[in-house]
Design a protein around this ligand. Structure first.
Ligand SMILES: CC(=O)SCCNC(=O)CCNC(=O)[C@H](O)C(C)(C)COP(=O)(O)OP(=O)(O)OC[C@H]1O[C@@H](n2cnc3c(N)ncnc32)[C@H](O)[C@@H]1OP(=O)(O)O
Ligand SMILES: CC(C)C(=O)C(=O)O
Length: 522
């Protein structure tokens, strides 16, 4: 397949071992789509399924074989003629077909079909020979190799090679090995087994102890030249080696692991998202390479560093894996540098004193909210554009529910003098508005009351708009808060403040120009 001694073949088994994850079953159309994406991203071998397992699996492997443009298509088979024949039938239409046959060689697995060592050796000889008579590209795996006795492992691998296997895969079926052992096992097998230099050694690691990626890379150090992996590390139990991890590790640390793959890494993010969607297995936020947070920074010191030089906190460029950009997540750990950059992105350039003011309120909001979205920040800035405040909300407490009218208790300052009032109303907002009215009676009509959730989730910021009309004057106030009643009360007070300014400037009935937050500074 390749003459470069440092080229590592990528064998993707998302559609076979990945699909074995409980609940990860994919439809026929989804399998075809994923296979096409794998083919396009440069995967060398796609294990498309286990053709004997079901009619659906057979059809999927066959159709993927018919469609694949570049990749070798492989079908899995147990160590019996029926499985092997079915696998061959399915992969036969591929430009480059492969049969992968396996049997469990460790003492625990030998006990299951109740075969002694010699009987199993004979079975391996017969089945690999049968497969090789059908197809010239045969992969053979001693399942649970890492718990198989050394002498017996060498013996059966030699038999498989002599019977015509072209790839010998060494599965760590239960994720039991460790990096040093993984490298050593492959190195010793290649040095010991007659004919080992004529075949490709592969590594197939599971992640039960969280070492699948490390074990696979160690196996490459030991001489393996095929890594078996899945997108997002999907697979039985804790999953398989994640394709994106081994590929990016070999790329980023090529200085100490001088091996290459054929993967177009810019396609990683897209296929990761598709596999997550079709399998129903969401990617954990902090998953290496493809997690939502893999290229996201929230803390101020990191954000400041990123803005000055992205290499301070990123060892890969987001574009290398197909992400358009790093994301600076605005939250309680963010600093002024990130806020200024975010405001600039949003087209809002503030003077330093304004920035400081917005920053204080941003921190206050971030303390109450998990993540502060762009819309929250716009709302904060707009809120800051308010007129001189005659009325200021100091505190508000509302009791509401099914048992009677809502009751608001409010501390409010009127031209600097704080008063405490309470009022009831038809619902929490009405009771709060009545409390304001009790300290600042007015005849203005509520012309508009509008609530808009500017962000998603139950901790979303509500933006409330209140419009008041009084003798031809119109004043609009707006406010944003995670608490809708607080946002409503502030918007109401905001509108009243503007109305007061308007009253001072115009005689009744003369001016119908709308006074709103946009008229800040009047
Ligand atoms: C480590 C791995 O990932 S191995 C791959 C695991 N993947 C799967 O099993 C998914 C697909 N499997 C299936 O759909 C089914 O298990 C089938 C169609 C393959 C077999 O179904 P059934 O005939 O009902 O057998 P069942 O699943 O109950 O048991 C497995 C049989 O295969 C035998 N077997 C298991 N591995 C092998 C092997 N490598 N070579 C030969 N026989 C094997 C077992 O001894 C058992 O045989 P028995 O029925 O004579 O006791
Ligand atoms: C079939 C083999 C290669 C396997 O999936 C395993 O051992 O984990």
């Amino acid at each position: 397949m390749t003459t470069d001694p440092n080229r590592v073949l990528i064998f993707d088994t998302t559609l076979r071992d990945g699909e074995q994850s409980p609940g990860a079953t994919m439809t026929h159309a989804e399998k075809l789509e994923i296979a096409q994406l794998l083919d396009e991203m440069g995967v060398d071998i796609i294990e498309a399924g286990f053709p004997i397992a079901s009619e659906g699996d057979f059809r999927a492997v066959k159709e993927i074989s018919e469609r694949a443009q570049n990749a070798t298509i492989c079908g899995l088979a147990r160590a019996n003629f029926k499985d092997i024949d079915r696998a061959w039938e399915a992969v036969r239409p591929a430009k480059s077909p492969r049969i992968h046959t396996f049997i469990g060689t460790s003492p625990l697995h030998r006990a299951i079909p109740n075969l002694d060592m010699d009987q199993m050796a004979e079975r391996i000889h017969d089945t690999v020979t049968h497969a090789r008579n059908l197809c010239d590209n045969i992969q053979w795996s001693p399942m649970d190799a890492t718990r198989t006795e050394w002498d017996y492992l060498c013996r059966v691998i030699e038999i498989a090679i002599k019977a015509g296997a072209t790839t010998i895969n060494i599965p760590d079926t239960v994720g039991y090995t460790a990096p040093g052992e993984s490298a050593d096992l492959i190195r010793r097998l290649i040095a010991t087994v007659p004919g080992a230099d004529e075949v490709v050694f592969a590594t197939h690691c599971h992640n039960d102890l969280g070492m699948a990626t490390a074990n696979s890379l160690a196996a490459v150090e030991g001489g393996a030249r095929q890594i078996e992996c899945t997108i997002n590390g999907l697979g039985e139990r804790a999953g398989n080696t994640a394709l994106e991890e081994v590929v990016m590790a070999l790329r980023v640390r090529n200085d100490i692991m001088p091996y290459s793959t054929s993967i177009d890494t810019t396609k990683i993010m897209n296929i990761s998202r598709r596999v997550a969607t079709v399998s129903g297995f969401a990617v954990q936020f902090n998953k290496a390479i493809v997690g939502k947070n893999a290229f996201a920074h929230e803390s101020g010191i990191h954000q400041d560093g990123m803005l000055k030089n992205a290499e301070t906190f990123e060892i890969m460029r987001p574009a290398d894996v197909g992400l358009s950009e790093t994301s600076l997540v605005m939250g309680k750990h963010s600093g002024r540098a990130a806020l200024r950059a975010k405001l600039k992105d949003l087209g809002l350039e503030l003077a330093d004193n304004q920035l400081n003011d917005v920053f204080v309120r941003f921190k206050d909001l971030a303390d109450r909210k998990k993540e502060v979205y762009d819309e929250d920040i716009v709302a904060l800035v707009r809120q800051n554009e308010g007129a001189e405040d005659h009325l200021k909300l100091v505190s508000l407490r509302v009791v509401c529910g099914t048992a009677g009218p809502a009751e608001a208790e409010m501390a409010i300052s009127v031209d600097g003098a704080e008063q405490t009032v309470s009022a009831t109303g038809d619902g929490p907002v009405d009771s709060a508005f009545n409390a304001v009215k009790s300290v600042f009676p007015h005849g203005a009509r509520l012309a508009l009351y509008q609530v808009h959730a500017v962000t998603e989730g139950t901790d979303a910021q509500a933006t409330v708009t209140v419009r008041l009309e009084e003798e031809g004057r119109i004043a609009t106030g707006m406010s944003a808060d995670t608490d809708t009643v607080v946002a409503s009360t502030k918007a109401y007070i905001n509108a009243l403040n503007r109305l007061i300014v308007r009253r001072q400037k115009t005689a009744p009935g003369v001016d119908t120009k709308e006074v709103s937050y946009k008229d800040a500074g009047e």
